[in-house]
Design a protein around this ligand. Structure first.
Ligand SMILES: [Zn+2]
Length: 248
């Protein structure tokens, strides 16, 4: 049996699947990864500091205009969900997939139609005031950022921030428990597009005790050894083939 057939059989057998994903899920949508060599190089060249420093709490407070200049380049571009996002939305609709836990902040799972998405690091399409906490309308804020402005709160004049977890910040307190809860109860866990290098997020996958552990990633991960199936291929293509098999 091919790996695609095996994965399709596993999915057919399970009704409580959880997907844990990372950057690789969105690269096929053209989401630029600021951690890649390109991103790192151009950031240091242009701003004199690495991306991790710009995307930190202290930097945001000190230089919001530089933060938003960088944000505009990497996070504002309109991108479309790919075959992996669409397949996961369909599996949820079919009652197979219970939750998506993602390290991505690009909002693409929701755009594809997924409802139960746990975002470990927040979402670049939601904004609130750093001073008074008031939420701001997304399109308005995006427009200001696109125009090269730092968005300002209409209520109190504070600086508006994206609802993402910046460096030097902790995950939202409810998020780890929720993610671990789904993983611990799952029958099948699919880990996709992540090398599981980032903790604490990656450590959540250790709570899995279900039947099938599947890894879909182009490079090796620390969990490959314990997995029931490992496919090292483009995740969008894998999902496209698997869905054809399931719906065949
Ligand atoms: Zn405010």
């Amino acid at each position: 049996m091919t790996d695609i057939k095996r994965l399709a059989e596993m999915i057919k057998e399970c009704d409580n699947i959880v997907f844990f994903g990372g950057a690789g899920v969105s690269t096929e949508s053209g989401v630029k990864d600021y951690r890649s060599e390109d991103g790192l190089y151009s950031t240091v060249k242009e701003y004199g500091v690495p991306p991790e420093q710009i995307l930190s709490r202290s930097f945001f407070r000190k230089s919001p205009e530089v933060f938003y200049d960088f944000f505009r380049k990497y996070f504002i571009k309109e991108v479309e969900p790919n075959a992996a996002h669409k397949a996961l939305a369909k599996l949820e609709e079919k009652g197979k997939l219970r939750a998506i836990i993602t390290q991505n902040i690009d909002n693409l799972h929701q755009r594809a139609g997924s409802r139960n998405v746990i975002e470990l690091h927040g979402n670049v399409r939601q904004f609130y005031c750093d001073s008074c906490g008031e939420f701001e309308e997304t399109q308005e804020v995006i427009k200001e950022i696109t125009d090269g402005d730092v968005p300002i709160c209409k209520k109190c004049g504070g600086v508006i921030r994206p609802r993402v977890v910046m460096y030097q910040e902790r995950l939202h307190p409810d998020v780890p428990d929720k993610a671990i809860g789904y993983i611990a109860e799952a029958e099948m866990l699919i880990i996709g597009g992540t090398s599981l290098a980032v903790d604490p997020a990656a450590s959540f996958t250790r709570y899995f005790q279900g039947k099938y552990l599947v890894i879909l990633n182009k490079s090796e991960t620390v969990r490959d050894g314990g997995a029931d199936l490992v496919i090292r291929d483009n995740i969008g293509e894998v999902f496209e083939k698997v869905m054809a098999e399931i719906e065949g």
